[in-house]
Design a protein. Sequence first.
Length: 171
Amino acid sequence: MNRLLPVFLLICLLWICFSCQEPFPELPEETQTGAQTFGCLVNDELVFARDGSYYYSVGHTNAVYYIETDRLVITATCQFDQQFIFYIDHPQQKAELQLNQIRYLLPNSTDWVETEDTGRIYLTRFDMSGYESIVSGTFSFELSETNGKLIKITKGRFDLKMAKDEYQYFE
């Protein structure tokens, strides 16, 4: 009986320690419901959007489709102030597209890395028929910093409500 008490106390202590921790964040599921999610691996480290907003504003995750120019713009601000901006021309032409322009703000930095006509984005849903338009998909690409360091973006996924805009007032 004397041996069981320390083992029991140790088990209780471990249970308390592990039950108080927040769950480890994971990549968002690959949904197509407008769940306002965005995440990827940047050099094999998890990066995910802090929050989602249907309307365009700095510091949120969203998608805006410009009818006049047939251009989709996806913007995401992530947990270490990283930012992604994707520009996709003619998103309705086919499901798998090239990213026409990518802008990536490095973590806790003011240095943007930009590239054109690289990477792949696969739109699993581009639906403008309902009250709330939805765009969902997956992406991957590589960027090079000015010092030549390679940035690999893999397992990217998003599921966003999409605003439609007939006028191009930002970009």
